[in-house]
Design a protein. Structure first.
Lengths: 162, 235
């Protein structure tokens, strides 16, 4: 097998394997329920976690209206250092609701909860990450396309030579 | 020259492709289990059990094909008809297979850096790679010795795979005898050093976990070299 066409075949194979890996990883959604006790008029940030670019589902259960903010790495730093709010997503005045959003990047994320009411409340949160990891899908598609282009151009070049 | 010979004989299509496929499946198929951002390095250990199985299959097939296969196909006789030292032939075959195999696994393993949002200089990535390298060296020397002694490709492949697969299964997570156990010790020790995450692993335990396979590998390599150089008859 000629070197260039083998490189193309290798790239295509890596792309296909990455796609299969992406679908395998997508078959295991992460779901983690959390219970947070919030005093009146208070803020609480949950531990930062590593989230991948997948569909994000947040199920909220609270007896009073609360605000929930999804912060990325910059947002977390800004909140911790200057108490300035720059959320990626915000779910305002929510009580019993399911929110669905799509995360666009991989990295550090945290949930910030605000209880603006004058009563203490127990908030139940259930966060779920599901679906394909978009960056892995993009990498696999790009590799496959490059692989096909290199493989076909090597074949055409070889035929022209003959 | 010998390296190119080995590359053309042992790594032709689709051998390299199958090794890459195995590495991708074994290393990347595990989703992120430890979500805590500061403890995300722990995810590097989640695929080690499957990696050890794929490594056994890859090393068993590649080294048996390279050594035992070259006797049955008459390639070794052709090779030794040239003015070459036997030790050079053994070294070229051994190092080529070892380095390519490790390069493939290390490259795929490094994909964990973006997937776990780690820094490219994250020490735990390189500690894991070192642990995989030690295991590759251990398996490669064992497979070389067995292939030279058995001289039959199929029996050699089966012996290497069954022996090490059996050893990994029987020893379970024994801290010195199984790869998973040794990796856990090495990873735990450096994780404590770099991040202060308990449980602390004693320095002596890490030294044993690294020296045990390395010293056994050195012994087997010397045995193989002496046997191949001075004792083995090649018709």
């Amino acid at each position: 097998m000629k070197k260039l066409s083998r490189l193309g075949a290798n790239l295509l194979l890596v792309g296909i394997s990455l796609f299969m890996i992406t679908t395998l990883r997508a078959s295991s959604p992460y779901s983690f329920p959390t219970r947070v006790s919030m005093p009146s008029d208070s803020w609480s940030m949950l531990n930062p976690e590593l989230w991948s670019p997948r569909n994000f589902r947040l199920e909220v259960s609270s007896k009073v209206l609360i605000d929930i903010f999804v912060l990325d790495r910059d947002g977390i730093e800004l909140w911790e250092e200057q108490e300035m709010l720059r959320p990626l997503f915000s779910f305002n005045a929510t009580e019993h609701k399911i929110h669905n959003v799509e995360l666009s990047k991989r990295g550090k994320f945290a949930l910030l909860i605000h209880n603006p009411s004058d009563s203490n409340v127990d908030v139940m949160l259930s966060t779920t990450l599901y679906g394909l990891e978009n960056d892995l899908l993009l990498a696999s598609t790009t590799m496959s396309i490059f692989g096909i282009i290199i493989f076909l151009s090597a074949k055409v070049k070889y035929r022209k030579k003959r | 020259m010998l390296v190119i010979w080995e590359l053309e004989e042992n790594w032709d299509f689709p051998v390299l492709e199958l090794v890459i496929l195995g590495a991708i499946f074994s290393i990347l198929n595990q989703p992120i289990i430890f979500l805590d951002f500061d403890g995300r390095c722990r995810n590097l250990t989640s695929s080690i059990g499957i990696v050890s199985i794929f490594l056994i299959f890859n090393v068993g097939a590649l080294f048996s094909r390279s050594f035992a296969g070259s006797f049955s196909k008459g390639e070794m006789q052709t090779l030794l008809s040239y003015p070459l030292k036997r030790s050079n032939v053994l070294a070229a075959k051994f190092l080529t297979n070892l380095l390519i195999l490790f390069t493939v696994y290390a490259t795929v393993f490094s994909l964990n850096i973006p997937l776990l949002a780690l820094s490219p200089l994250e020490p735990m990535v390189y500690v894991s790679m070192m642990s995989i390298l030690v295991q590759v060296i251990f398996l490669s020397t064992s497979a070389t010795t067995l292939s030279l002694l058995i001289k039959n490709e199929v029996i050699s492949v089966l012996t290497v795979i069954l022996l090490f697969f059996g050893l990994e299964s029987i020893t379970g997570k024994d801290k010195y005898l199984s790869f998973s156990g040794r990796h856990e010790l090495v990873f735990g020790y450096f994780e404590y050093l770099t991040r202060g995450i308990i449980p602390e692993v004693a320095f002596q335990e890490v030294v044993i976990a690294l020296l045990f396979p390395l010293s056994l590998s050195m012994f087997l390599l010397v045995v193989s070299l002496l046997y191949f150089n001075y004792i083995m008859e090649i018709d």
